[in-house]
Structures are given as C-alpha cells and as structure tokens.
Design a protein around this ligand. Structure first.
Ligand SMILES: NC(=O)c1ncn([C@@H]2O[C@H](COP(=O)(O)O)[C@@H](O)[C@H]2O)c1NC=O
Length: 517
C-alpha cells in the first residue's frame, strides 16, 4: 500500500522541550524543513539545527505575550489543505503558501499549573489556544498531515523518518490520539472554569467531564464471557487503578473491585487496620497496635471465608504479617508498602498478587453509572456528624465504659464497609461476626450472630441503619450482645429501646446512617 506521505516540512511548537534538540537533528538529517515558534526555535538553533522562525512564514510578529504566534492563515492553510484535492493544491500555489506534512506540538501545562495553586490569571495564561488549534487542524487533515503531541511519540516518529513517512492508517491513529489529547485538555479547562464560576456553596456541577485512559486489558470481566479493561483517571489522582504489582498473576476485574472495597474499609481507620474482603464485603476487619496484630484479628473473624480473600492494610506490611498471610490462600494483598523481606515471604506463594498503592484518599464526589446516566454523591465520610462517639445519644442502659465505647466506635466505623443491610459484631476492635447484604435486618442479625458463634456473647453490635422493628435487635440480645450502636430514627424506636432496656443492654443512637449499596 503506497499511502505513505513523505515528510518534507514540519511545524514544531512545543512547551515541553525534552528530547527536542535530538529530534530536531534527526528531522534535519532526514531533510525536513523546520518552522518553529519562539523558544522552540531558539532551542533548536542552539542545538545547531537550522530553523525557519514562524514569523517568517506569517510575516507577522509573535505578539500579546505569546497569545498569538501561529494563529495565521499562512500557517493554518498550510496545515489544513487537503492535498488530495487539485483545488486546494492550486489555491496554496496562488496564495504562495507551502503545506506542512508534520505538526509537532505539545501544549501549555494547564492542569499542572492549576495543581500548583497558581493564581487565576496564571492559570488562564496557561490555557493554550494556538497549540490545540494546530493539533486539531492537523488531526482533521490526517489525510495529508501527521500530528505528534507528546515526546513519548518521538520514537514512533523516528521509525517513520527511517521508512520515509507515515502511512494513512498511522496518520489516522496519530489523529485519534491528538483529538483525545485536546479533548482531555478541554475537559480540564472546562471543569476548572465551571468550578470557578459556580455559585457560592454549589458542590454538584452542572456538567461532569472526566476522561480515563486504559491501563490494561483484563483477562475477562466479572464473568469469563465478559470482556473488560481497567482505566485510570486522567486527572492525575492515583489509587488502586494504577497500583504497582510486585508479584503474581495479572489482576482480574473482581480483584480490582475487591481490592477497592478492602482499601476503603482499611483506610477508615487511623490506627493500623486490615480488611479481608470476599465479594466486596469484609469477612474480617480489625485494628491493632501493629499491622500484624490487626491482620491476625481480622483473619480470626472468619478463617473459612478468608480463604481466597483480598487483603488491604493501611500500613506497610511487616514480615510478621507477611508470614501470617502466607499461611492462607490469598488472591490479592494491597498496602502502601512492604517492610524489607515481607515481599519475599509473600512471593513464596506463586499465586498471590502483591500490590503497592499510595495511601487511599477516599472522599470528594463519587460517581455510579445507571442506565442512561450517572448518580453523583458526596463520598460517605465516616467523619460525618454523628460519627464521633461523644455526640452519640444514650438511648438505653448504662453509659458504656471506655473499652466498650472504643469497641462500639470501631464497630461503627467498620459496619459502613459492609453492604446493607449490615450488622457487625465486634470485640477488642475486631469484627467477630458480619451480617451483610440481606434484604431485611433480621436476617443480617441472624447471619452476624451465626458467624460469631460463641463470640456473639459479650460482643458489641453496630447496625448501618435503624431497626424498623424490635425483632432484629432481639436476635442480638438473645445472642448476648452487650452494647449496640445504631442511627435511631425509626417510628418504632420506642419498641426497640424497650427491648434493649429490658435486657439491660446499652444502646447509643448516632443520628447518622451509613447505608452502602
Ligand atoms: N497562540 C499561539 O498562536 C500559539 N501557537 C503555539 N502556541 C503554543 O506555544 C508553545 C510553544 O511556544 P514556544 O516555542 O515559544 O515555547 C506550544 O506549547 C504551543 O502549543 C501558542 N500559544 C498559545 O496559545
């Protein structure tokens, strides 16, 4: 297929000058004439590369502090002429305009400038206008022009130089990448402008722009007949999507879902904490004086279910914890780091996936896809009103002693990582029985009690939402639970309070609910 267009003339205008001098030499060596803007031209000249200043093409000086450099018909007609058309070629001849075969541009660093905390004026100045205009023009006209928008593409460009140009399909691919580049850039600008112009107190934007870039394809999705891939947020935030894998088989779709749930659970705690997740629910969650103790206690909650689990720690994994984990078949372990020797201990197990990911920073706004749209809400913060035990209202029984209150506070934090209806029994800042995802609260109570077995007696209980009737709470009381924390707010609260008081059990109302679906 002879659709290769030789590269004879290039427009080069880059903010990021990395690799520019070397590239310029290669372009020159390939016989390409280089037209270039201000400091790009200076960098090339300093490197001994012959360059035509863009002013020589436009016959107009760069002006307004660089706001106008390449925005000129002599540049844009040279980029946009469809050279398959006789009419376009002859118009260029008449106007004395030479076409460009190649545009190399990277844009002003708008997002980085915003992230640096620069003033509004400085951010506005970093909204590139001429760059995207050239990029979009070249991408539109990929039938005639190749466009390069990042230094990461220079190796591909060098390959094209070696073979005498880009093919049509290569130019189309470059054009697609270029439109992704300008679209992502505009999403960043538009989001920032919307935030700037939002009326006081408006949290939920009128428009949501977000872009994600594929990190990798996954073997399959939730099931083997579903194709799937993982994408990373383009806004620079890091998380489980771009965790570094140190060992083990490739992550699966379900591994990602569970690792995300595990991190959410573990990172609710300031003290060392571990969550063990199966099918997005904790089968064990505990805090401890160190991470190994937290893991031991989390594992003891339900050793049967912990088989094949996904573990998250909110502290670096110690060798001691690694040894404990290595005794159990574990799908994934994710932590902010690993003490020396811990990875070696874990990696002795061939199948475990070992991930290191930055400390989780759950918060802000979260999105959930529904048919035809998305739901946006504030992330459910555990530090909402009502989460501080000092604000809880004693609804029944005697005030809890300090140790019991600490266990209730633990249970209240832990229960919100359990899918509703959620009941979590805890002792010594560790779950001992979890009832999750049931369609009524009585079943969740029964499940939590059954899982806890003998440990239910003397444990404390947390319920993610109020008890609509006394039947659920009665299951907990019959099992010997000694203190309960729940939001309160049911029309039948008095029945629930009476049952709890009759059993001589302490119960606090938080006034805050933590449904999790
Ligand atoms: N206004 C223009 O005509 C214009 N043309 C190109 N630019 C940008 O100027 C930068 C390169 O400028 P310099 O070569 O002076 O470093 C590139 O990031 C390019 O995207 C422009 N600047 C911003 O809008």
């Amino acid at each position: 297929m002879n659709d290769l267009i030789p590269l004879r003339r290039a427009l080069v205008s880059v903010y990021d000058k990395s690799g520019l001098a070397e590239l310029g030499r290669d372009l020159h060596a390939a016989g390409i004439e280089i037209v270039s803007t201000g400091s790009t031209a200076a960098t090339l000249s300093d490197a001994g590369v012959p360059v035509t200043p863009v002013e020589q093409v436009t016959g107009f000086p760069e002006c307004l502090d660089g706001r106008v450099k390449t925005l000129h018909p002599h540049v844009h007609a040279g980029i946009l002429a469809d050279r398959r058309l006789d009419s376009h070629r002859s118009q260029l001849d008449v106007m004395g305009i030479e076409p460009f075969d190649l545009v190399i541009t990277n844009l002003y660093p708008f997002a980085a400038t915003v992230a640096s905390g620069a003033s509004d004026d400085e951010c506005v100045e970093q909204i590139d206008i001429g760059g995207p205009t050239m990029v979009r023009a070249a991408a539109k006209n990929h039938a005639s022009v190749a466009v390069v928008t990042s230094a990461e593409q220079y190796p591909v460009l060098r390959e094209a130089l070696a073979k005498g140009g880009f093919t049509q399909s290569e130019r189309a691919e470059l054009a697609a990448a270029a439109f992704v580049h300008t679209a992502s850039y505009d999403v960043a600008v538009a989001s920032w402008m919307l935030e700037k112009t939002a009326p006081e107190g408006r949290l939920l934007p009128e428009w949501i722009g977000a872009t994600w870039r594929k990190v990798s394809e996954l073997r399959y999705g939730e099931n083997s007949h579903q194709r799937a891939a993982v994408y990373r947020n383009s806004d620079g935030t890091s998380g489980i999507a771009d965790a570094t894998q140190l060992h083990g088989k490739a992550m699966s779709y379900n591994n990602y879902v569970d690792a995300d749930a595990a991190r959410r659970a573990a990172y609710d705690f300031a003290e060392p904490a571990v969550a063990i997740i199966k099918h997005a629910n904790p089968c064990g969650i505990a805090s401890g004086s160190d991470i190994a103790e937290a893991h031991r206690k989390a594992h003891e909650c339900d050793p049967v279910s912990a088989f094949g689990g996904v573990i998250a720690a909110n502290r670096p994994v110690s060798v001691e914890m690694a040894r404990q984990v290595a005794e159990v078949f574990t799908e994934v372990i994710v932590a902010p780091g690993y003490d020396e020797g811990a990875v070696d201990v874990l990696a002795a197990k061939k199948n475990i996936r070992i991930l290191v990911a930055d400390d989780a920073a759950f918060g802000g706004l979260s999105l959930r896809e529904i048919d035809g749209g998305v739901l946006m809400q504030e992330f459910d913060s555990i530090d909402a009103d009502g989460d501080d035990p000092s604000t809880w209202q004693l609804a029944a029984g005697e005030p809890a002693d300090a140790a019991t209150l600490a266990d209730l506070a633990f249970a209240w934090r832990a229960v919100r990582s359990v899918k509703s209806n959620a009941i979590l029994l805890a002792a010594d800042r560790a779950s001992v029985g979890v009832g999750m995802g049931q369609v009524n609260r009585v079943d969740s109570c029964q499940l939590a009690v059954a899982r806890a077995g003998q440990r239910a007696a003397g444990s404390v209980a947390a319920s993610d939402a109020f008890f609509p009737f006394a039947d659920g709470v009665q299951v907990l009381l019959d099992a010997g639970v000694r203190a309960i924390v729940q939001p309160g707010g049911s029309v039948r609260d008095s029945e629930v309070i009476d049952a709890v008081a009759a059993a001589g059990v302490t119960m606090y109302f938080t006034g805050t609910r933590h449904f999790f679906h």
